[in-house]
Design a protein around this ligand. Structure first.
Ligand SMILES: Nc1nc2c(c(=O)[nH]1)N[C@H]1C(S)=C(S)[C@@H](COP(=O)(O)OP(=O)(O)OC[C@H]3O[C@@H](n4cnc5c(=O)[nH]c(N)nc54)[C@H](O)[C@@H]3O)O[C@H]1N2
Ligand SMILES: Nc1nc2c(c(=O)[nH]1)N[C@H]1C(S)=C(S)[C@@H](COP(=O)(O)OP(=O)(O)OC[C@H]3O[C@@H](n4cnc5c(=O)[nH]c(N)nc54)[C@H](O)[C@@H]3O)O[C@H]1N2
Ligand SMILES: [Mo]
Length: 770
């Protein structure tokens, strides 16, 4: 089918890099993290550029860290280090001085570049001018911006329907760019706006909307300092949200009990040395987790129901002492149905299903019983399962029973991934647009936006695969590597007439392309943006609904980069020409004009230009935070669901695909996963030592992993077995190497999120000699 080069993760046996194993850490951060940050930044960006960038990172008046979406403190910010090791790595990756101009692409063919590992592709540097790959060509060649926009416009305008184009977004795109992008796409005529959120917190959004009427979390950072109990489920903050550890530590000092629910004893969760304090720097800081519940993969719903069932027993012994009846009566619906359901459940059976011993669940119940300031945090360990939406609704059930929402120290805390993924959704990057958004767009701009739903990520892949979509446009991201079923997605992209990527850095999606392909180089978060001849800033929304300005400080690596808002404006003008009702030119003159539009169209943004200039930004309205539940019935809704864990056949395991400490999603910074004791290798499988021997393997042996969902064999070759403290029949590999095994047909009900955390797989001896 293809003359394109093979994809190492999907079509080739991969090379190993030389595993070295250490003891896993029990405590995260400390001075080692600071040393690693400094080293990475200086190596990539040089001392001057590096220092300049780090000094402005997450400071008021500086730029928002491009790494995760954890909020910055509203008040005092440490002048030297309001960032973490992994934020520093993200900045270093972007601030690199290596720039790829036409001569680089003339020298290296697409086929040559495709031989490189993901890490080495990323390390080549920033894309520095627009590049075009003609049909059948071996090399990308330079193209002017104008010609590139004309080419995209010609393709888009030759489609039979706007619904044959797909417009993907990754979560670094600013509010300003995202708003313009969705506006252009809707004026063009489609809601095909899939985004990384579809693979990330979509399950949280769906669940929270149904349960409490807002698809975002309800807590603020201040709530952490007042909480009595904080449960962290399915999240590895030591690696993915390191600054969260500072908040957890403060909460712990203020007396909060911390319960960690995870199949792995993750270093950051178990303990944390805060490098911003002297004690922490010296490695003398505290233990964080009071109770570690080592749940089986997807055992969370069973665990939560076991807790609720036991709380019900306590409540019945002493009515009114455990559940918050005034809150339940006034604000919720479905309590009786839930209680009836819980009465039919057997705590021991639920405990067995969850993998957590009943005695430990009892401990959790004792911690929770008489407390009501409870926060539950979660991330991908809950969202990427078939029953994710119901599991998250179970999280809310527990909070509602305790009245733990909409008051200080309590509430929901889905911890977001990309730094502006939440803001992009607020701005209308949504394939299922709410009616108010379409109405407001119509009222302000005078065109009728399409009402029928567009494709989400998985639907977009299928549409491209089946020839129902022909043009793929990506505002950031690395679609090929982030999506499930790598081989299938590759076929889908290769069937497109045109694939376009607005990117900062080179990645594998540029090398697995449509008949023609374009790379449009853009400014990153840390870059100075002089669009319209003035210093522009953009804005982002963090995980707690705070919108803040972000102003890049570094000189861009090339004068041929355009900002994302400028790219959208020019694309819109080229594509819509005389058809448009919108004066795109003004937005390129000053971003204040974009924010003025946002203020009129998006709720909560009135006086945006003024408010965003306040030093710490502003909070968006949040009904759940005030016990105003904007659901259909105006109540917070309990949900009744049966706890299930998918069954395993003989020789089968549940595989989760997780992040190492040295990556940001598909951007691989390095080959170490320091806290888990893994160095210099990513092709590893974490497995329970008893399972290893029961299967007749030995640690260190090389295996192939395979999946046969839908009767089709998917194989990921050459992984080294690492004996690890992980529950039986559960194994772990890294994303994106193992994405080839994730069947596209298995997605979460209601959110359609790929099931990246319970992939049914088997292992066999590695076939390829290494
Ligand atoms: N440095 C860095 N920061 C990042 C990212 C990055 O790649 N690197 N990615 C960003 C993005 S987009 C996101 S979405 C977040 C992701 O942040 P996380 O969700 O922390 O990322 P994962 O590595 O997917 O980790 C999932 C965690 O859930 C656990 N887990 C897996 N399955 C289950 C389960 O069934 N139940 C329970 N209770 N736990 C389970 C795993 O052991 C692991 O600790 O981080 C963001 N921040
Ligand atoms: N197996 C498995 N797969 C997963 C997951 C998992 O846990 N397991 N997690 C899922 C999750 S939570 C997510 S969010 C997705 C992530 O999916 P994506 O968001 O698509 O992937 P990223 O790796 O974050 O995208 C990195 C690329 O974005 C580009 N980029 C970086 N900064 C900018 C910028 O400022 N502007 C522009 N235009 N481009 C930029 C760079 O070219 C870089 O190569 O992956 C999902 N895939
Ligand atoms: Mo994410």
């Amino acid at each position: 089918m293809t003359t394109q080069p093979p994809i190492p993760q999907a079509e080739n046996p991969a090379r190993l890099t030389g595993l070295k194993l250490d003891e896993p850490y029990v405590v995260a951060a400390g001075m080692e993290a600071v040393a690693v940050s400094m080293k990475t930044v200086y190596e990539e960006a040089g001392v001057n550029r590096g220092l300049k960038a780090l000094f402005k990172l997450n400071q008021k008046g500086g730029f928002d860290c491009p790494s995760c979406a954890w909020p910055d403190p509203d008040g005092h910010r440490s002048a030297i280090a309001e960032y973490c090791e992994n934020g520093a790595k993200a900045v270093a990756e972007e601030a690199t001085e290596k720039a790829l101009f036409a001569d680089f692409f003339a020298e290296h063919s697409v086929a040559d570049l495709a031989q490189l590992s993901d890490r080495d592709i990323g390390k080549q540097g920033r894309v520095a001018e627009p590049m075009y790959l003609p049909a059948g060509a071996a090399h990308y060649q330079p193209i002017s911006w104008e010609a590139a926009f004309d080419m995209i416009a010609t393709h888009l305008n030759s489609l039979q329907s706007p619904d044959e184009a797909v417009f993907y977004t990754s979560g670094r795109t600013s509010n300003e760019a995202a708003f313009l992008y969705q506006l252009f796409v809707r004026e063009y005529g489609t809601n095909n706006l899939p985004d990384c959120s579809n693979m990330c917190h979509e399950s949280s959004g769906v669940a929270l909307l149904e349960s409490v009427g807002i698809g975002k979390g309800s807590v603020t950072l201040e709530d952490f300092y007042e909480a009595e109990v904080i449960i962290v489920m399915g999240q590895n903050p030591g690696t993915n949200h390191p600054r969260m550890l500072t908040a957890l530590q403060q909460a712990h000092r203020n007396g909060a009990k911390i319960i960690a629910v995870n199949p792995l004893p993750e270093a950051g969760l178990m303990g944390f040395n805060n490098p911003q304090t002297l004690k922490g720097a010296l490695g003398m800081d505290s233990q964080l987790t009071d109770l570690f519940l080592q749940v089986k993969l997807n055992g969370d719903m069973a665990l939560l129901q076991a807790i609720e069932r036991l709380l019900l027993d306590e409540e019945e012994k002493q009515p009114g002492s455990v559940f918050d009846h005034p809150f339940i009566n006034e604000h919720t619906e479905g309590y009786e149905a839930l209680i009836q359901h819980l009465r039919q459940q057997n705590a021991s059976k639920l405990a067995a299903l969850s993998g957590v011993p009943l005695a430990q669940i009892q401990e959790a119940v004792s911690l929770l019983k008489h407390k009501s300031k409870i926060i539950i945090c979660w991330a991908m360990g809950l969202t990427q399962h078939a029953n994710a939406v119901d599991t998250i609704r179970e999280v809310v059930n527990l909070l509602l029973l305790k009245g733990s929402i909409g008051k200080p120290g309590a509430g929901t805390c889905p911890v977001r991934g990309h730094s502006n993924v939440q803001g992009d959704r607020t701005m209308g990057i949504w394939e299922k647009p709410p009616k108010y958004l379409l109405d407001n767009i119509k009222a302000r701009f005078g065109f009728e936006p399409p009402h029928h739903h567009g494709f989400d990520t998985v639907e977009a892949i299928r549409a491209m695969h089946e020839g129902r979509a022909h043009v793929f446009f990506a505002m950031g991201g690395n679609f090929l590597s982030a999506t499930p079923d790598t081989q299938f997605t590759a076929e889908a992209l290769r069937r497109c007439r045109l694939t376009v990527h607005v990117s900062t850095k080179l990645n594998r999606s540029h090398l697995v392309h449509g008949r023609e392909a374009l790379i449009l180089p853009t400014l990153g978060r840390s870059d100075r943006d002089l669009t319209g001849g003035t210093d522009q800033f953009v804005s982002c929304e963090n995980s707690m609904g705070v919108v803040q300005a972000s102003r890049g400080v570094l000189e861009p690596v090339s004068d041929q980069l355009l900002s994302e808002p400028a790219i959208v404006c020019r694309l819109a003008k080229a594509t819509l020409a005389g058809r448009t009702r919108i004066n795109w030119d003004t937005y390129e003159q000053h971003y204040d004009f974009i924010r003025n539009e946002i203020a009129q169209v998006i709720p909560g943004f009135r006086d945006y230009n003024e408010k965003v200039r306040q030093p710490a930004g502003f909070y968006l309205p949040n009904g759940a935070r005030e016990r105003k539940f904007n659901t259909r019935n105006g109540k917070a809704n309990f949900n009744v669901a049966l706890a299930t864990v998918p069954a395993l056949s003989e020789g089968e395991y549940h595989m989760m695909t997780i992040r190492s400490h040295d990556q940001f999603n598909t951007t691989i910074y390095g080959l170490d996963d320091r806290y888990r004791g893994v160095r210099n290798e990513r092709r590893v499988v974490f497995m329970n030592p008893k399972d290893i021997s029961a299967a007749g393997f030995t640690p260190g042996e090389v295996v192939d992993i395979y999946n046969t969902t839908d009767g089709k064999e998917r194989v990921a070759r050459t992984f080294i077995l690492v004996a690890y403290d992980i529950p039986p029949r559960c194994i772990a590999t890294y994303f994106p190497e193992a994405n080839v095994l994730v069947p596209i047909s298995t997605t979460a009900s209601k959110s359609n999120t790929p099931v990246y955390k319970t992939v049914p797989v088997k292992l066999r001896k590695g076939e390829v000699a290494i």
